[in-house]
Design a binder for this molecule. Sequence first.
Ligand SMILES: [Zn+2]
Length: 98
Amino acid sequence: MRRQHFSSQQLFVLRNHIPIDTLIEKHLKIPSKFSEGFFRFLCPVCNEFQTATNPRTNLGRCFRCERNFNTIDMVMICQGLRFVECVKYLQSISNHCQ
Ligand SMILES: [Zn+2]
């Protein structure tokens, strides 16, 4: 299965159903902390804490790398999984949340 086999609706759910903070802290177990009102995580790319998450868009951002991470990006980078495996990983978490 490739990316095209997932509907945009399915992918939207996966990017938004699981709070990015929860994914980072509980599932991926990335070091994180709460400071100045923001949830900050150790950037998996540069290993710095110059990050924040945005609950409204459900994205993590690294100010040093100047890039945003959605839940799929996060799993892909941290777990070294391919796209389809990331989707399955997120689906299994999502099922447990309900
Ligand atoms: Zn970074």
